[in-house]
Design a protein around this ligand. Structure first.
Ligand code: ADP
Ligand code: MG
Length: 257
């Protein structure tokens, strides 16, 4: 699936953005190297969702450049998939689980005869194979979010943009989906830009954490997380480096209030 000559890296190079006459993002620079998992944290309203929209080609910077694969982002691309926080609204209620995944394949022009096999494999990956013929309203929140992820994976994206995707889930479901997304992204070599307001989630998942401050949104801290992989919900969260990073980020967030 790799497009020749491009790498799936994302670069923010001195990016500024105004909306409604107000500066939303100011002089923001950071990099998401290809194949890495980078988390963005920061207080509500600091511009996290806006960053994803810039990368997705839904907004255009007023200053600086957002680059994907070495080229300025010009508009939406099939190589990038977005997982929204509001999974309920991202699914089509009148299509069953399999048909919701099929949507991405139909959009990509995948041959009809190949679709059932791909859908089956994807649903198995996210633990929904037994629920292929249920409708979204019959699924728990965690299952709906799994379905949205399966649909994004069907697109075989080189980049996953995730906007607080587990915010509405209970702790156990959130942890199991965290591990699943890391595993699936590693398996496929996917670049992930993951927005969360949960500092521990950012450290647990990330190769790098980008911390923003608000009004306007700008870089406050950039942390390379060197915790060993595969990560483990118990051991990683008890690791002295995890606790040190948690301390550093909590202090930063305290200062924001
Ligand atoms: N279309 C828009 N027009 C004007 N202001 C906007 C628009 N979209 C977002 N904003 C403002 O930009 C700021 C950042 O929003 P957002 O990126 O959604 O923050 P976050 O996701 O970090 O909570 C907020 O103050 C929000 O009100
Ligand atoms: Mg947001």
């Amino acid at each position: 699936m790799k497009a020749a000559g491009t790498d799936a890296s994302i670069v923010f190079d001195a990016v500024s953005l105004d909306l409604g006459g107000r500066r939303i993002v100011e002089d923001l620079s950071f990099e998401v190297p290809a194949g890495q998992f980078v988390c963005v944290v920061g207080p509500s309203g600091c511009g996290k969702t806006t960053l994803l929209r810039l990368v997705a080609g839904l907004l255009k910077a007023n200053g600086g450049t957002v680059r994907y694969g070495g080229r300025p982002v010009q508009g939406p691309s099939q190589e990038l998939a977005v997982v929204f926080q509001d999974y309920g609204r991202a699914l089509l209620p009148w299509r069953d689980v399999a048909a919701n995944v099929s949507l991405a394949l139909e959009a990509a022009g995948t041959d009809k005869s190949a679709r059932a096999g791909i859908i089956d494999t994807l649903l198995a990956k996210v633990g929904l194979r037994e629920h292929a013929h249920k409708f979204p309203a019959q699924l728990s929140g965690g299952m709906q979010q799994r379905l949205q992820i399966a649909r994004c994976l069907a697109q075989r994206p080189r980049v996953l943009l995730m906007d607080e995707p587990f915010g509405a889930l209970d702790a156990m479901t959130r942890q199991s989906l965290q591990d699943e997304v890391v595993r699936l992204a590693e398996e496929a070599g996917t670049t992930v830009l993951f927005v969360t307001h949960d500092l521990e989630e950012a450290i647990y998942l990330g190769d790098r954490v980008v911390a923003l401050r608000a009004n306007p949104g700008r870089l406050a801290d950039l942390i390379d997380v060197t915790l060993p992989r595969p990560r483990d919900q118990l051991r990683t969260r008890e690791h002295p480096d995890f606790l040190a990073l948690r301390h550093r980020l909590y202090q930063f967030m305290q200062e924001q209030h």
